[in-house]
Design a protein around this ligand. Structure first.
Ligand SMILES: [Zn+2]
Length: 233
């Protein structure tokens, strides 16, 4: 497959002929190879066209190659470590035994098909106990009061209502501790600063001088989605 170097990234690409007689399209495949669809039966030199779209291409490529998926094939991210999921069949009992030192988590259950749901319940329990453990002390540091905090299915990592209720995502425990902490601080600061204003950022930066680095790390993480499945052989 041909490749091109853009801003120090070597990007593999492949050219196909599309139905349009005029336009050239660019799209990325999930494996981060660039697909270039050129008009009809023409054969053109695509490199100038690639260079013209350089910024967009590099941004998309980075998204695909620098992302960290919580569930990736046969492994999960837990407490910032990647653990290989090892399934052990039982007659019905269910248990999850993480072993970060060996880089694996043993999931014992009646069927492979229940593994993902067991991981969800495990994450929910661990994320809840993390929030219960860490939030009160951080709230004191921020000087913020919340009425209630819960861990559940939320669209983003955290959420806060005008009434001072905080919600956090059930996948929080996948993140490394400093990144989890950032999520908690972020919502606590929202209790007094509703928007991502300059004041909000200033407040956050006073509490966590390296908050931007933590935020960037968070942005790379891809949560488990409904349709994801564990890729066992
Ligand atoms: Zn926010």
């Amino acid at each position: 497959m041909p490749s091109i170097t853009l801003k120090n990234r070597r990007i593999q690409y492949h050219v196909t002929n599309g139905r349009s007689s005029r336009y050239t399209y660019f799209r990325f495949r999930p494996d981060a190879t660039l697909e270039i669809v050129v008009p009809g039966s023409t054969s053109i030199n695509v490199e100038p066209a690639i260079r013209e779209r350089e910024d967009w291409i590099v941004r998309q490529h980075d998204k695909l190659t620098r992302s960290i998926r919580i569930l990736d094939r046969d492994s999960v991210l837990f407490d910032g470590s990647r653990l290989k999921v090892v399934f052990e069949q039982t007659r019905g009992e269910e248990s999850i035994i993480p072993d970060p030192e060996r880089g694996l988590v043993t999931v014992r259950g009646p069927a492979k098909s229940t593994v993902k749901e067991m991981i969800r319940r495990w994450f929910l329990k661990e994320s809840s106990s993390y929030v219960a453990r860490a939030l009160p002390a951080l709230a004191r540091k921020v000087g913020a009061r919340y009425s209630r905090a819960e861990v559940r299915e939320v669209r983003d990592w955290g959420y806060c209502t005008r009434e001072g209720r905080l919600s956090f995502g059930w996948q929080l425990i996948a993140l490394p501790e400093p990144v989890r902490e950032y999520v908690l601080y972020h919502e606590l600061v929202h209790l007094t600063e509703r928007n991502h204003s300059v004041r909000f950022r200033a407040r956050l930066s006073a509490l966590l001088p390296d908050y931007r680095a933590r935020e960037e790390e968070l942005d790379r993480v891809v949560p488990i989605r409904e349709e994801d499945c564990l890729g066992y052989n």
